[in-house]
Design a protein around this ligand. Sequence first.
Ligand code: F0G
Length: 447
Amino acid sequence: MVEPIRATTRADRESLLKTAAYNLFLLKAEDVTIDLLTDSGTSAMSAQQWGRMMEGDESYAGAKSFFRFEAAFQRIMGFKYILPVHQGRAAERILFTTVVRKGQIVPNNTHFDTTRANLEYVGAQAVDLPIDEAADFESPYPFKGNMHIPKLRELLKKEGPARVPLVLMTVTNNSLGGQPVSLSNIREASQVCREFNIPFYLDACRYAENAFFIKKREQSQGRRSTREIAREMFSYAQGCTFSAKKDALANIGGMLGLQSEEWARKCKNLLVLTEGFPTYGGLAGRDLEAIAQGVDEALDETYLEYRIASTTYLGKHVAEAGVPIVHPVGGHAIFIDAKAFSPHIPPQHFPAQALGCELYLHAGIRGVEIGSLMFGRTDPESKAFVPSRNELLRLAIPRRAYTQSHIDYVVEAILDVYRNRDQIRGLRIVEETSPLRHFTARLEPII
Ligand code: F0G
């Protein structure tokens, strides 16, 4: 299938961006030339996936497609209970609503925004425990996604299983630059959890990319297949939340995997109530087929080699020209450090959002802000603005969608914007809702 790409003029984009209130989520996709908003649900599906979709069994209960879905996940991950859901955040909501209580704490290497929001929604506290190297964008440390093990131990020792119902580990660590987590870090985190009798779960959205990084970067892992490494990663976990929109190369879908019979039973009760019967979980039989095929294809090392090379190519070419990015380049995206790119814009004027708007105005490229628009807060007491720790613009690469020439176009556009970076102006919010205000906020440029 060929999808046309619409070319627009700068004058078109100025008007389109104004109508979208300087929020890139509010643009129409057809008005975007290269869409790097997300790698989620944007994969091009393979001929095998389309073929399997024709075999979708749309029975309400006990569909063949479910058993293929279940078998595919069990082969790769080994979890006993496989619950289909409509996407990753549904798995989060079902798990947290079932096992997390108000006032409890859930640690993670770094929570993704929906994970954090779903925990806060049930009244729990989401605590991030990244390693120190993650804060240094220049550090070449190969596993900057790792969890800070001494801090994890300290927290579990202080709070214990009564206050910590589970520990999560996000692979790869999306919010901190798509950085991988090492196999030894996953093993250590799971051992600490076992010491305190606390379940250890993976947020496994990008498990295949993480496993490939382990193969490439971790000592003594180079000779193993990505599949074997993935299997070992999952062997340390008692379950996972999973978005099939990433490393299952599907356009929709998700999964909640569990080993605990008791948790699975409780989660299924809620699943029936809000997603659907446990053999379809809010998905069509044909979606289950596409996911079952895709979750396996994502482990293909030729595909992974190309994917990681393409992301690295983009990062390398802009970094060589001086553009400040998070190093080393992660799996699914490059992250431009907008604080360093436009030091003249203070955090309260959203430097990464301003950079995203400029890249759209210049070349029709859409990225996403991971900074103070997403994470900044107003302190409820002092009413002071509390900025996000980082101001990043993420350019995420959809899987199997763009070619080298598209990536070259992106490199050129970033370099043009970089040369004229002094011209970028900050933004102010004129209307917002919460939580997750970045999806809907309306902004205007500061003249
Ligand atoms: N966990 C991580 C690490 C994610 O990156 C995402 C989604 C989710 C959970 C939720 O999954 O979208 O299927 O509900 N990330 C997308 C992104 C939206 O653009 O990074 P979902």
